[in-house]
Design a protein around this ligand. Structure first.
Ligand code: ADP
Ligand code: MG
Length: 241
């Protein structure tokens, strides 16, 4: 019998994410509010006004970054869980990251089959997006992003790898730690935490290997979807393939 996360546990993981995003977005918004108030002064010189607008714009951008790293979905809902086609999810992710990839001269290579898993579509999408976005950001001057699938027993193995700058042992060990980023103000340090939590909520496992200047590979293992009522007398679970 496969170990399943209780629904309540899953909800807790996801609602925890939602409450921290609120907190994270509030900071830049507070800054924006302050500068808008300053700009309401009548005798403000034009140059000052422009300076304040620039700061406000940067902070709005930051809030936007946080939200998009964080959650595309509004409310967690385990009723949104359904059977997902891995291939379709990967294709949608590729569409989303295509502009960023071409900006960085990153070549995309995929070998993905129609494997079915159970989960929330938007969450899984967010997970793939956060991981692939990091991969592309690790290859600012060209490289290759590969996405492959395999079946191992009753699990899907989804492999995402880049030929980018890689991570040190120390960085690798901190991956997924909230707010851990090497990207300064451009980073949120939330993307991997979100991705890891989503994989967990799908009863999956993530294994990351990285080598400085060589690249990084993310191996995601998630149980394949199982037919609801296997015929009597049949002991092994059948996968929907
Ligand atoms: P952010 O991307 O905002 O920095 P993440 O949580 O997405 O936050 O990633 C945290 C850190 O993990 C990154 O700043 C980077 O140092 C490291 N990292 C993640 N993915 C990769 C990758 N594919 N290659 C190299 N470093 C990575
Ligand atoms: Mg990121």
């Amino acid at each position: 019998i496969k170990k399943q996360l209780l629904k309540a546990e899953k909800m807790e993981i996801v609602s925890h994410l939602a409450s921290s995003v609120v907190h994270e977005v509030k900071n830049p918004l507070t800054v924006v509010k302050g500068f808008i108030q300053l700009m309401l002064q009548d005798d403000l010189p034009h140059s000052k006004r422009k300076e304040y607008l620039k700061i406000a714009l940067l902070e709005v951008k930051r809030a936007d970054e946080i939200i998009s790293d964080y959650l595309l979905f509004a409310k967690p809902n385990s009723e949104n869980e359904k059977i997902l086609n891995t291939k379709e999810a990967v294709q949608r992710t590729l569409q989303l990251i295509y502009p960023l990839a071409s900006m960085n001269n990153v070549e995309l290579e995929t070998k993905v089959e129609d494997f079915y898993i159970r989960g929330e579509e938007q969450l899984f999408q967010q997970c793939l997006l956060n991981i692939t976005k990091n991969c592309i950001e690790a290859m600012p001057n060209a490289g290759k992003l590969r996405i492959e699938t395999q079946r191992i027993n009753n699990d899907l193995l989804l492999m995402i790898s880049d030929s980018g700058e890689g991570m040190t042992k120390e960085q690798l060990s901190r991956l997924g730690e909230p707010y851990f980023t090497t990207k300064g103000r451009k980073g949120t340090g939330l993307g991997m935490m979100v991705a890891i939590n989503i994989i967990k909520s799908m009863n999956g496992k993530l294994n990351v290997k990285s080598e400085i200047s060589q690249g990084t590979s993310f191996n995601i293992r998630i149980p394949l979807a199982v037919l609801d009522s296997p015929p009597k007398n049949e002991q092994d679970k059948r996968s929907v393939l």
